[in-house]
Design a protein around this ligand. Structure first.
Ligand SMILES: C[S@@+](CC[C@H](N)C(=O)[O-])C[C@H]1O[C@@H](n2cnc3c(N)ncnc32)[C@H](O)[C@@H]1O
Length: 430
């Protein structure tokens, strides 16, 4: 993989607000090199690195200081592997530097209603802030919980995984399992996984969940599935014993990464619909990236993991916001109407629970349905206003989408809860 080119010349100068010469509430177009001067612009495909490419253009709006913070956040590019971020694949993760920039600028406990693999919660832990999160997917909560686990569990995790991996390699008979699972593995790989799983479920919490997350991190890699985001079948061979070795390696990786986290309070995690459950009282900043319209099917993508771990997606399947399958089933116009209604509902639920002065930051990307763009910014801003939030700043970044030979735009919108002004003034006391 090509490496990011080393910076040339003197260190980049950070652009000061005054140099940008923006006026409040006027759209400002930032030259992207002002914020990211060390990166090659234009996303030369031969120079591509893992993670999002640098933006081609940035636009800001609103409060000068905060819109610069947001521009920096939405421009985050490349890969960031600090602490536990790199452990376990999770689709459409927020860039850790984006979460870090917004958290640093907004005080108080942090909440993410679409927490996915827990990027925001890891950054909250690194910043020494209390946090909470919800998601519809039990796999999301398993991963988020593992990435934010107590660093004190690293030692017990190493010891238990060594024992379990050794048992996985023994050729002892296993109970005949789920036929749908067997189809996706070489027989010896399936049996190794089944032997390890039988031992994992016998462990007590909180170690059991950590071991399940490690197990979950290997089940797609060891299968015939092409990747996490594609269920195309690609038959491949894994020598006997290597799946257990991979499990042990991933457990040691998680243990090492957990030890990079400072001692922190475990985030409060709940399996819940973001349209129904808001942030806990006292939350200072809700920061989240909801599903982009028509891009992914989050729960169906986790089929193999759900089956191995005996987890039921339950009503979650019907409650997923903006799913790709809803766009296929309902057609573009109806699915967009549904996505807008869901967006208004979850923002109202989060916004109404916030106390005056608390903030909501939403990272949202324009969707792409049938090669036609879907505007995500307009409905998001409108829903925030309706929920009693004043839009204090926003920033947008355009990036090259080489696969489709087009530009994709991502936005961050920051709203602040205002005290409700009573519509009817009270009659003067007599
Ligand atoms: C873009 S991902 C979030 C990724 C996350 N920010 C991270 O960095 O890993 C969107 C998440 O929304 C979840 N989701 C979809 N509909 C939901 C709903 N109605 N309530 C709660 N979570 C939902 C999906 O399961 C998925 O994990």
């Amino acid at each position: 993989m090509a490496k990011r080119p080393a910076p040339q010349g003197p260190p980049p100068e950070r652009l000061s607000v005054s140099k940008l010469g923006k006026r409040r509430n006027r759209e400002a177009v930032l030259p992207p090199e002002a914020l990211l001067p060390e990166l090659t612009l234009g996303g030369d495909p031969s120079q591509r690195v893992a993670g999002p490419p640098p933006p081609l253009a940035l636009r800001t709006h609103g409060d000068e200081g905060l819109s610069l913070v947001l521009a920096d956040a939405v421009a985050a590019s490349g890969r960031s592997e600090r602490a536990t971020h790199g452990f376990h694949a999770y689709p459409a993760g927020m860039h850790p530097d984006c979460a870090r920039a917004v958290i640093a600028a907004c005080p108080g406990p942090v909440h993410d209603p679409f927490c996915g693999g827990g990027t925001v919660l890891v950054e909250a832990a690194l910043a020494g802030r209390a946090s909470s999160g919800t998601d519809l997917s039990p796999i999301a909560l398993l991963v988020a919980g593992a990435r934010t686990a107590d660093p004190g569990l690293a030692g017990p995790l190493r010891a238990a995984s060594r024992r379990i991996a050794a048992a996985g390699q023994l050729r002892s008979p296993v109970e005949p399992g789920d036929e749908r699972l067997q189809e996706w593995y070489e027989p010896h790989v399936h049996d190794e996984l089944a032997r390890m799983m039988a031992l994992i479920v016998a462990e007590a919490e909180p170690l059991r969940s950590l071991l399940e997350a490690v197990f979950s991190s290997v089940v797609v890699k060891a299968s015939y599935r092409e990747s996490d985001t594609s269920n195309r079948r690609v038959v491949s061979h894994r020598p006997p014993g290597t799946t257990s070795v991979l499990f042990h390696k991933k457990a040691r990786e998680l243990a090492r990464k957990l030890e990079e986290l400072p001692p922190h309070e475990a985030p409060r995690l709940r399996l819940a619909d973001a349209r129904r459950r808001g942030p806990p009282p006292g939350t200072g900043i809700v920061i989240t990236s909801p599903p982009y319209p028509g891009v992914y099917d989050y729960l169906p993508m986790q089929q193999l993991r759900l089956a191995w771990l005996g987890l039921d997606p339950g009503r979650g399947l019907a409650a997923e916001v903006g799913s790709r399958r809803s766009f296929r089933a309902l057609g573009r116009a109806e699915a967009l109407t549904q996505w807008r209604a869901d967006t208004a509902e979850w923002i109202a639920c989060q916004g109404e629970a916030l106390e005056s002065g608390a903030r909501l930051a939403i990272v949202v990307g324009d969707g792409l349905v049938g090669d036609r763009p879907v505007d995500a910014l307009g409905p998001t801003v409108e829903a925030m206003r309706l929920a009693g939030l004043e839009i204090v700043a926003r920033a947008s970044a355009d990036r090259a989408d080489h696969a489709r030979d087009t530009l994709r735009t991502e936005h961050i919108v920051l709203g602040e809860k205002r005290a409700r002004v009573s519509a009817q003034p009270k009659p003067a006391a007599t």
